[in-house]
Design a protein around this ligand. Structure first.
Ligand code: PTT
Ligand code: SF4
Length: 608
């Protein structure tokens, strides 16, 4: 079977042993690759209860069958581990030449276990693997470290590396590539740091395994053309994800003042229209003709790459009304290798706690100088930064019941940039996402605000499951960028066709939905295995959305209804084949070929 090499590289940093592991074709058919493969490897390799920052955790860098091939927006790689932020399953998706090179290296994934005593980096050149000293790289920010690696190995490599935040085990440190692509929100960079692994550098020169290259060429050509012919293409090229600032404000979902409000009177100070005036360049991921990285000159004249989430969380959420200043803080976060969403949420939480007198330290809303300092202090765990480095869930513990109500996270992962006082479907998407509160699994909010936004209908729940299966199941496992479909309407039908051309096995959407159901149930089993006393409250969004109504905008007074949320959640569980506590039924696990999880789960919950 083509599409996969059938081999993963396993590097143990304690023993410094490297081995190739052959995987059965059946495993690829059941999990596809990327997230699916990572979830299965983590289930098998991470011992139950392992401290995520200990050598027992495993770090997975995985391609999918479509990653790194000449087809639209394919230059993505999945990074995954047990998360130090949530103690559950955690992953992220990065645009990087590492995806291109891994595809040509002879491996589908690199798995790292153990921990080195001294800083190292791993260099993979096809099947030659070296663990090299990285004392000279340790302490460097992600931009300097990337430059040093290019100097040593040349430009024709893919690098995935960490900055000071990863080295200092900040619980939401990310992995960075190409000076501005950043992924692994649930602290995948901290796990890399705990292994003293500064970087993974890959160079692959082999022909990737493709079953039907001619069909792949034909489909890709059509798909690239369809993207550029889309009505939205020109606007996308101008603004990328940044157009969402205006859209969110118009729809009362712009995170404002630690998600207290959904509108901000100063939204134009951070808008996509303003960004267009400051824009000096575009950047993006390999094989993409949508290049959505908006490069602007920041407050100190440096180049910074802006996306919606970064700007909303470091702008409206902390009341900083100045795009150039936001851009400067964003660039600092990329250099430090720390997630901007959790950073913006942690800073917003600290500002609110300070305002309410719950913190000794004073930190005012929108205080640019204080924020700039905090980004660095957080990355080095200094002063108040050491508190912020723990993330919102841990910060709120010890500050009392009041603070727990405005701690904006689900399962420990901070909410990405959509306020859900008026969006029950999106609140459910956050509640049930595979990694905690991230929008990537289901951005149902765009559909929700166009339809009956206040309803808790079963139709919404059905749509949510569909979206999760496509986005969190298919795209994360193929592993390619979903934005050609989401933003410029590339027909979804291309994906099973591309998968068929690459693997030589006929794939339908029905097959893909079954794989996605399997991935969701396996990841759920992982969470349950790692969290004693599991129940449905784990799938609840933050109390703020139920208890503190909006005070501004057209929907002032609105908040979520907890009883109706619970009804939606029960319906969600039914569609997934899970019980009333969100635990997969035995029959579901058997049907999805996940029976191997049953004896393990029976130690922690009663399986129905
Ligand atoms: C992603 C999350 C997002 S989602 C954004 S902006 W977005 C933030 N970006 C950060 C950043 O930048 N620097 C930083 N230090 N921290 C950041 N944290 C935030 O991380 C990203 C794009 C975007 S931009 C989105 S929506 C899409 N996400 C995809 C996805 O999840 N899956 C997929 N198959 N395709 C996707 N395409 C789009 O990719 P995480 P990237 Mg990302 C600078 O990593 O952990 O998934 O969190 O990786 O290469 O930068 O691409 O408005
Ligand atoms: Fe990367 Fe943007 Fe292209 Fe997606 S659309 S592959 S995030 S440049």
């Amino acid at each position: 079977m083509k599409g996969w090499w059938g081999k993963i590289l396993h590097v143990d940093l304690t023993s410094k042993k490297v081995r190739e592991v052959n995987l059965d074709a059946k495993l690829y058919m059941e999990y596809i690759g990327g997230r699916g493969l990572a979830a299965r490897l983590l289930w098998d390799l991470v011992p139950q209860g392992a401290d995520p920052l200990s050598p027992y955790n495993a770090l997975v860098f995985a391609n999918g069958p479509l990653s790194g091939l000449p087809l639209p927006s394919s230059g993505k790689i999945q990074v995954a581990c047990k998360s130090p932020l949530t103690n559950g399953y955690g992953d992220g998706n990065l645009g990087s030449m590492a995806s291109y090179h891994l595809k040509r290296s002879g491996y589908d994934a690199v798995v790292v276990t153990g921990a080195s005593k001294n800083p190292v980096y791993i260099y993979v050149e096809n099947n030659k693997v070296e663990i090299l000293p990285a004392e000279d790289l340790w302490g460097k920010d992600t931009f300097e470290a990337e430059d040093a690696i290019v100097k040593k190995h040349g430009r024709n490599v893919g690098t995935l590396l960490i900055g000071p935040a990863g080295e200092n085990l900040v619980r939401y440190a990310t992995i960075v590539s190409q000076k501005g692509r950043s992924g692994g929100r649930p602290g995948v960079g901290a796990v890399m740091g705990s292994k003293k692994l500064k970087a993974l550098v890959i160079k692959g020169t082999m022909e990737p395994p493709v079953a039907n290259p001619e069909e792949l060429r034909k489909l890709s050509e059509e798909a690239y053309k369809s993207i550029t012919q889309s009505d939205n293409y020109d606007f996308w090229i101008r603004q990328g994800t940044m157009s969402t600032i205006v859209w969110s404000n118009q729809n009362s979902v712009l995170p404002t003042m630690n998600f207290r409000e959904g509108v901000w009177e100063l939204y134009e100070t951070i808008s996509g229209d303003l960004m267009e005036k400051l824009k000096v360049d575009r950047k993006g991921c390999p094989y993409c003709n949508m290049q959505c990285g908006n490069v602007v000159n920041d407050e100190i004249g440096e180049k910074s790459e802006l996306d919606y989430e970064n700007v909303a969380m470091l702008g409206s959420n902390i009341l900083l009304p100045d795009l150039k200043k936001v851009a400067e803080i964003n660039k600092l976060a990329d250099m430090m290798g720390v997630d901007t969403i959790t950073l913006g949420s942690s800073i917003g939480f600290a500002m609110e706690a300070s305002e309410k007198g719950l913190l000794r330290e004073r930190i005012e809303w929108g205080d640019y100088r204080a924020v700039r300092e905090l980004v660095v202090d957080t990355s080095y765990r200094k002063g108040l930064g050491a508190f912020l480095a723990e993330g919102v869930m841990r910060m709120s513990r010890g500050l009392g019941k009041e603070a727990a109500e405005f701690a904006m996270h689900v399962k420990g992962l901070e909410i990405s940039a959509y306020n859900c006082h008026t969006a029950p479907g999106m609140a459910l998407a956050y509640g049930t996402s595979s990694i905690g509160a991230h929008h990537k699994d289901a951005w149902i909010i765009s559909y929700e605000v166009k339809t009956d936004r206040f309803s808790y209908s079963s139709e919404k729940v059905e749509r949510l499951v569909f979206l999760q299966n496509i986005r969190g199941g298919m795209f994360e496992s193929l592993t390619t960028c979903r934005l050609p479909w989401v933003e410029v309407g590339l027909n979804l039908d291309y994906y099973p066709k591309l998968l068929t051309a690459v693997t030589g096995v006929s794939w339908s959407f029905d097959d893909i939905h079954v794989v996605a159901q399997r991935i969701y149930s396996l990841i759920r089993a992982f969470w349950i295995r790692e969290h004693s006393g599991w129940d449905r409250t784990m799938d609840y969004p933050p109390a703020r959305w139920f208890k503190h109504p909006l005070t501004k905008g057209p929907f002032a007074g609105a908040k979520l209804d907890p009883v109706k949320y619970d009804e939606m959640l029960s319906q969600y569980y039914k569609l997934r084949g899970w019980d009333e506590n969100g635990v997969p039924l035995k029959s579901t696990l058997e049907r999805l070929n996940l029976s191997f999880t049953i004896p393990v789960l029976e130690n922690f919950v009663e399986l129905k």
